[in-house]
Design a protein around this ligand. Structure first.
Ligand SMILES: Cc1cc2nc3c(=O)[nH]c(=O)nc-3n(C[C@H](O)[C@H](O)[C@H](O)COP(=O)(O)O)c2cc1C
Length: 251
């Protein structure tokens, strides 16, 4: 087991894996990390589909085109989950307000699921495994994937995590300077444009010397990413799964 400081500070996304299964004890530790996550009001508004079945991984790859899903040993899909509570409320005759039809309810499920994913990732990386978060699981074809995974109403896909023994450890990706993340006492945007201009070039050169093999500045990647994101239909997907904020009381 690596120490926690090294585990967190040496993190990078790993997308290529050895074809090796993860030992049962390690998997159990990852599951334990998931179940001890802090959650909003201790409501535990999330759950996880753990996928080892190669055929299902291949089907998910076909829908998302994220290669690491078919080569990883374990693929986990983190979902926002109000279904559990709905089932229990019905069995107990409890009257529940439709919290999932509020923006805050949507955020709560997404935050609970994301914190659980982070816990799983840190545990896996501490155990010598490599991980990559997969947002495309929510954006590429969420309706088909929800059918494939048999997700009931009141659940929605938030993010995926591929886990496996690393075949290669890529160089760490440079990040923005710390003052752009951490403000002392109050928000301070002094010098943001100048600092980001420097970062643009750092990433441009990193892209040139790494997998993209071309000078593409960070801002160009962001322009492309935001443009691609505008075409997503995540709200429509959430509505289909029973998360309809147009019905939020007070709107
Ligand atoms: C919420 C989230 C979703 C992501 N989705 C994907 C994805 O679908 N495919 C992928 O290859 N990487 C994905 N990533 C990984 C990012 O591309 C990666 O974190 C980023 O490029 C920085 O690189 P680093 O993790 O090595 O520091 C995702 C990361 C996060 C946090």
């Amino acid at each position: 087991m690596k120490n926690i400081v090294e585990t967190i500070l040496e993190r990078r996304s790993v997308r290529r894996y050895e074809r090796m299964a993860i030992e049962e004890e390690k998997k159990q530790l990852i599951y334990d990390a998931i179940t001890t996550s802090p959650t909003s009001h201790n409501g535990q508004q999330f759950s996880v589909i753990a996928i080892e079945d190669q055929e299902i991984k291949e089907q998910i790859y076909e829908l998302t085109k994220q290669k690491q899903i078919k080569t990883c040993a374990l693929f986990m899909v983190f979902i926002s989950d109000y279904h559990k509570m709905d089932v229990y409320a019905e069995a107990k005759g409890l009257k529940l307000q439709p919290i999932q039809q509020t923006l805050d309810g949507i955020l709560v499920g997404a935050i609970d699921a994301t914190i659980a994913m982070s816990n799983a990732r840190i545990m896996a990386e501490g155990l010598g495994l490599g991980c990559c978060c997969i947002g495309y699981i929510r954006t590429a074809a969420p309706e088909e994937l929800s059918r494939l995974l048999k997700l009931p109403e009141g659940t929605a896909i938030i993010c995926g995590l591929t886990i496996g023994y690393p075949r290669e450890i890529p160089d760490k990706r440079p990040k923005q300077e710390q003052s752009l993340f951490i403000h002392l006492n109050r928000y301070n945007d002094e010098g943001v444009a100048e600092k980001l201009e420097k970062y643009d070039d750092v990433i441009g050169r990193h892209n040139e010397s790494h997998t993209l093999a071309r000078y593409i500045p960070w801002s160009q990647q962001m322009v492309d990413y935001y443009e691609e994101s505008i075409g997503k239909h995540t709200m429509a997907y959430f509505r289909e799964q029973g998360f309809d904020i147009d019905k939020e009381p007070g709107l």
